[in-house]
Design a protein around this ligand. Structure first.
Ligand SMILES: Nc1ncnc2c1ncn2[C@@H]1O[C@H](COP(=O)(O)OP(=O)(O)OP(=O)(O)O)[C@@H](O)[C@H]1O
Length: 290
C-alpha cells in the first residue's frame, strides 16, 4: 500500500522533568496520515500535545521518537513547503499588510520581479477580503483582519502543507464565522492540504474531511480518525440540517466528554481494541491506516 502524502509514525514527545521531577511523556505511538488535498482537524483536551505535534510537523520542534514524512522526505527543520498559521497571527508590526505577504513571497521565489511578487501577494490579499486595507500596518487592523493577513501570507507561498494552530481561537463569533467561510472558499479553489488544531467541534465538522481524536495526556494518542460524512460544498447556515451532522457531532462530543479520559494511557490498536500500557506495546505501523 502506498504511503499518504504526509505521515506521522510512532511519534513520541517527552519533556525532561523540572528539578528532580519525573520526565513528562506528553504523547506516544502517534500515527496518522494525510492525503494531498485533504483537510484534517485534530481535537483533544488541553495538554494532550496537539501544538507540540503541529510544531514537530512544521519542523519547529523535534520529537523524542518516531518521525514525520512529507512528500517522501523526512521533515527536518522548517521549510517554505510548510506554511504555519498561529492564533496570535505573528505579523511583522512595522510592515503593511501587503508587505507582510510580499516578504514571504520574496523568500519563496527570490528570482521574481518586484511587480510579479506584488501581483501574486495582492491576489491573496483579495482572496481573504482585504483589498483596500493592504497599506495598513497590523496596529491599524482588527484582530480578524490581522488573522486574514496571516492566512493570506500562508496561502501565498503555496505550501505543500498548511498547518494551523487554533487560527480563529482569539476571534469573536461573527468574525470567526466569516473567516471560516473564506477558508472553505479558498481551500475549494486551491485544493490546499491542511492540518488544523481546533477546540470547536462545529468548526471541525464544517471544515474537515477527517477529524483525529486524541486521548487525554500524558501518554496521549490518536484514538480515532472520523470521516465527516457531509457533502461539499458546505455552508455554515445549513450545516446542522445536513445528513450526518448530528451523528458526527454526538460522536465527537461523547469522545471528548467520556472516552478521551477512559482511553487515556491505553494503546489504541488498528481494530479499535485497547491494551493497557503494562501489556506489550504494539508497534502500530499505522501511517496510512486512517
Ligand atoms: N517546552 C516545554 N517544556 C516542558 N513541557 C512542555 C513544553 N512545551 C509543552 N509542554 C507540556 O506539554 C504538554 C502538551 O502541550 P501542548 O501545548 O502541545 O498541548 P495542547 O494539546 O496543544 O494544549 P492546548 O489545547 O491547551 O493548546 C503540556 O502539558 C505542556 O505543559
Amino acid at each position: 500500500m502506498s504511503k499518504p502524502f504526509l505521515y506521522v509514525e510512532n511519534l513520541k514527545k517527552t519533556f525532561p522533568g523540572a528539578r528532580g521531577k519525573d520526565d513528562l511523556t506528553v504523547f506516544e505511538n502517534v500515527n496518522f496520515g494525510i492525503e494531498k488535498g485533504e483537510f484534517v482537524c485534530v481535537i483533544g483536551h488541553s495538554g494532550c500535545g496537539k501544538s507540540t505535534i503541529l510544531n514537530v510537523m512544521a519542523g519547529l520542534d523535534e520529537s523524542s521518537d518516531g518521525y514525520v514524512f512529507m512528500d517522501g522526505k523526512e521533515v527536518q527543520g522548517t521549510s517554505l513547503d510548510r506554511g504555519v498559521v498561529f492564533q496570535n497571527h505573528s505579523l511583522l508590526p512595522w510592515k503593511s499588510a501587503l508587505a507582510n505577504v510580499t516578504f514571504a513571497v520574496k523568500s519563496k521565489w527570490p528570482g521574481w520581479s518586484k511587480e510579479k511578487v506584488r501581483d501574486h501577494a495582492m491576489q491573496y490579499i483579495e482572496l481573504v477580503g482585504l483589498k483596500g486595507s493592504e497599506d495598513k500596518r497590523p496596529s491599524q487592523l482588527s484582530g480578524g483582519m490581522k488573522q486574514r493577513v496571516g492566512i493570506a501570507r500562508a496561502f501565498a507561498i503555496e505550501p505543500k502543507m498548511l498547518l494551523m494552530d487554533e487560527p480563529f481561537g482569539a476571534l469573536d463569533a461573527l468574525t470567526r464565522g466569516s473567516i471560516q467561510d473564506e477558508l472553505l472558499k479558498i481551500c475549494a479553489e486551491t485544493k490546499q492540504t491542511v492540518f488544523m488544531i481546533t477546540h470547536d467541534v462545529d468548526e471541525a465538522i464544517l471544515l474537515s474531511d477527517r477529524i483525529l481524536l486524541m486521548t487525554n495526556g500524558p501518554h496521549a494518542q490518536v484514538a480515532e480518525s472520523v470521516t465527516v460524512p457531509i457533502d461539499r460544498p458546505r455552508k455554515r447556515e445549513t450545516l446542522v440540517r445536513q445528513d450526518g451532522y448530528y451523528e458526527t457531532r454526538n460522536h465527537l462530543v461523547d469522545f471528548l466528554v467520556r472516552r478521551s479520559k477512559e482511553l487515556q494511557g491505553e494503546y489504541v490498536q488498528d481494530d479499535g481494541t485497547t491494551e493497557t500500557e503494562t501489556e506489550t506495546a504494539p508497534a502500530r505501523a499505522a501511517a496510512g491506516s486512517n
